[in-house]
Ligand binder design. Structure first.
Ligand code: PLP
Length: 376
C-alpha cells in the first residue's frame, strides 16, 4: 500500500537521536535546531524520559478512561506547580489540534454561543473546527468552511474586536501569544490585556493556544505570563510529551465539567502520563526555563555578527531570524552542507529556530559559524 502523499519530504532517514543531535541511516550527524516542529523539549532520548517510558510500558501501557488513573492527577499537580498558574483543571488529549478543538467546544458549551474570532496568520491545527480558525484557505475543505469563524487583524485594533464581540454570539477568541507558523509576531501587552477585558465584558472565552509557545519554550512556562493576563482556557501539546503524543486543555475552574462533555480513548493514558510527568521533572531539575531565556540573550548577541540578519523575533528558544532575503536556499544549505535542521514560516525571510530547551551555547556557535560560511 502506498502512503497518502501529503508531506514534502527531505531525503533523510533518521534512525537515532540523542540530546540536540539526530543521526541518519548512513550515520550522518545533524544538529536539531528545529526539534521536529518545536516538539523536542528536554532533548532526544533523555535518559530519565527513556527510563520512565520503558518502565511504564513494561507495567501498564494503556487502559481507558473508564478506570482511575492517578498518574493523570500527578501530571496535573506537577503542571500546576511548575507553571505557577492556579485554579484551572486539566483535560488530557493527544495533539495540538485536538487540544484546540476541545478548547473551542468547551467555550461553546459554556457560553451557549457558536462563533469564534481568530487572528490573521493564525495557525491552530488541521481538524474540523481549528482549521476553520486557521488563516490558510489552502488547508480548508468545503466541509471546514461552514463553521462560524471571523478573522480580524493581529494588531492594536481592539475596535474591530469589540464590534464583533458586541454582536453577542462569540463563544471564544483564540490566539497564539507568539504566532508560530505565521512568523513569530507578538502583539503588545496592552492589546492582550484589552482583549482579555473585552472577552470578560461580552462573556466570551479567551483561549490561549500555547501548543507551540508553552512548556517553557519562551523562558516563561507560558508565553502569556509575560503579559499578565489570565486566559479562560489554555491549550498545550508539542513539548508536553517530548515526542510522545500528548496534549491538554487547562480550563478555568469557573467553567464546570459535565459527564461526557469531552472525551477521548487514548488521551491521558498511562504511557502518555509517564512521558508527560518525566518531561516536567526534567524541565524543573535542569532549570530549562532559565536556559531558554539565557540562550536567547546569547543568540541576540551572536546575530549582530551577521549583517544580513535584520531582525530577531520571538523569545527564549522560540526564535525567528529575519534576513534581508528569502531563506529557502539558505535552509537547504544549512541542512545538506552543514547538517543543521532549521524551520521556515509564512514569512519567507524568516529562519525559525525551535531547538530542545537544554541546548547549549556551543550548538548556536555551530549555527552562526555555518551561517557565516553560507553567506560569504
Ligand atoms: C500554535 C499551534 N497550534 C496548534 C498546532 C497543531 O498541533 P498538532 O499538529 O499537534 O495538531 C500547532 C502545530 O504546529 C501550532 O503550532
Amino acid at each position: 500500500m502506498e502512503l497518502f502523499d501529503v508531506y514534502p519530504l527531505y531525503d533523510i532517514t533518521p534512525v537515532k537521536a540523542k540530546g540536540a543531535y539526530v543521526f541518519d541511516k548512513e550515520g550522518k550527524k545533524y544538529l536539531d535546531l528545529y526539534g521536529g516542529h518545536a516538539v523536542i523539549s528536554i532533548g532526544h532520548s533523555h535518559p530519565a524520559y527513556v527510563n520512565a517510558i520503558s518502565k511504564q510500558v513494561a507495567e501498564l501501557g494503556f487502559y481507558s478512561n473508564s478506570v482511575k488513573n492517578p498518574m493523570q492527577q500527578e501530571l496535573a499537580d506537577k503542571l500546576e506547580k511548575l507553571s505557577q498558574i492556579k485554579d484551572y483543571s486539566l483535560f488530557l488529549c493527544n495533539s495540538g489540534a485536538e487540544a484546540n478543538e476541545n478548547a473551542l467546544k468547551v467555550a461553546s458549551f459554556h457560553t451557549g454561543k457558536d462563533r469564534v474570532i481568530y487572528f490573521e496568520k493564525a495557525f491552530h491545527g488541521r481538524t474540523s473546527g481549528v482549521v476553520a480558525v486557521t488563516d490558510n484557505e489552502n488547508i480548508q475543505a468545503p466541509f471546514n468552511q461552514n463553521h462560524k469563524a471571523t478573522k480580524i487583524a493581529f494588531e492594536e485594533d481592539t475596535e474591530s474586536l469589540e464590534s464583533e464581540l458586541k454582536k453577542g454570539d462569540v463563544a471564544a477568541v483564540i490566539f497564539e501569544v507568539i504566532q508560530g507558523v505565521g512568523g513569530l509576531d507578538e502583539a503588545s501587552t496592552e492589546f492582550y490585556q484589552k482583549t482579555a477585558e473585552l472577552c470578560k465584558k461580552y462573556n466570551s472565552v479567551l483561549i490561549a493556544d500555547e501548543v507551540q509557545s508553552g512548556y517553557g519554550r519562551t523562558g516563561d512556562f507560558f508565553a502569556f505570563q509575560k503579559h499578565n493576563i489570565r486566559p479562560d482556557v489554555i491549550s498545550v501539546a508539542k513539548g508536553m510529551g517530548n515526542g510522545f503524543p500528548v496534549g491538554g486543555v487547562l480550563i478555568d475552574k469557573s467553567i464546570k465539567a459535565k459527564s461526557g462533555m469531552l472525551g477521548t480513548t487514548f488521551g491521558g493514558n498511562h504511557l502518555a502520563c509517564a512521558a508527560g510527568i518525566s518531561v516536567l521533572k526534567v524541565i524543573e531539575k535542569e532549570n530549562l526555563l532559565k536556559n531558554a531565556s539565557d540562550l536567547f540573550e546569547y543568540v541576540k548577541e551572536k546575530a549582530t555578527e551577521i549583517p544580513q540578519i535584520k531582525k530577531i523575533k520571538g523569545r527564549g528558544l522560540m526564535i525567528g531570524l529575519e534576513f534581508d532575503f528569502e531563506i529557502a536556499q539558505l535552509r537547504k544549505e544549512l541542512l545538506f552542507k552543514h547538517h543543521i535542521f532549521t524551520g521556515a514560516s509564512a514569512n519567507k525571510k524568516l529562519l525559525r529556530i525551535l531547538p530542545p530547551l537544554n541546548i547549549k551555547k556551543e550548538h548556536f556557535d555551530k549555527l552562526f559559524k555555518a551561517l557565516k560560511i553560507v553567506l560569504k
